[in-house]
Design a protein around this ligand. Sequence first.
Ligand SMILES: Nc1nc2c(ncn2[C@@H]2O[C@H](COP(=O)(O)OP(=O)(O)O)[C@@H](O)[C@H]2O)c(=O)[nH]1
Ligand SMILES: [Mg+2]
Length: 335
Amino acid sequence: MHPPETFAITALATAIGRGERAALAEALNLLDDRRPAARGQAAELLRLLQHAQDNTRSQLIGITGPPGAGKSTLCAALITVWRQRGQRVGVLAVDPSSPLSGGAVLGDRLRMQTSADDDGVFVRSLATRGQFGGLSAEVWPMSLVMLAGFDVVLIETVGVGQREVDVSRLCDTTCYVAQPGSGDSVQFLKAGILEVPHILVVNKADMGAVAHRTLAELDAALHREHPDGHWQVPVLATSATHHSGIEALADVMEQHYAELQSQGQLAPRRRSYQAYWIHKRLQEEFGSFGIEQLGGEQALLAQLETQDLNLLDHYEVLRQGLYTRCLGSSASESP
Ligand SMILES: Nc1nc2c(ncn2[C@@H]2O[C@H](COP(=O)(O)OP(=O)(O)O)[C@@H](O)[C@H]2O)c(=O)[nH]1
Ligand SMILES: [Mg+2]
């Protein structure tokens, strides 16, 4: 099978903009394809969709938290609310335990709550791969494709400890879902890890006293002001199964997005996602040595964030440069 031709890529980008499911599925497969010809096509597609990064109508939301906290159920409940509000929703479900169960679980929950043939919702599951902080390297390019076709793009990831940090570097708004009765969330908060989310949620509020206690503990341990500035981190109670607190959560997510826009933070934030993605991919391939060759992490990120670049093109340029340098240095070292 040959990858699609250039004219087909243009048509593909247009169809994605219209939110056509078949086009989305084809594009996501293309981004997953490691063959050189497919990589060229993927770069072309991302070039055509680059504008989606500046799409200030679409919001990119990360939902993270420990396994079993109710993230998938909560996502399904949120999707119902967004659909009622006329918004189209794309979901990337990242499940580290199995390649498909995350999306399958979310799919099951959606079928229970929404109409099965609703083409305003698109769910894709992804396996975790490599050392990408639990996230597959394709997450950002795939988000970009989703941003072109949907009003809300949701990324569900399991976050345990440090891993919340990674999804937060690829999303406009990060929401952490805590499990009632688990001391972990409070520990993370005290350790500074939970400074990253913009919204904290204690789900399973229907559990009563134990949920209230966790809510009170998080409330007490929280530093209100988010390090991003101009945002007071709220702690909300929801019950995804009883559908309570979901509208309020959707409202707070919208407020955070409006805040990002009014502060002029959205555009630089989005540029930082692809800078981070390029950095992570180079690090996966060349290790810390490669990053040092490019001047170190801080310098590389700063350089990437200020450029108006096409993601895959730029990555390829840096990658080729590193290969040349590695070959050059090994040649000069040989006797
Ligand atoms: N009591 C209660 N159970 C919930 C709630 N939300 C989810 N659950 C249950 O918690 C379990 C894990 O839910 P799931 O959404 O798969 O969690 P995830 O691993 O974080 O995605 C399932 O059995 C859900 O039915 C809730 O609000 N209240
Ligand atoms: Mg889940």
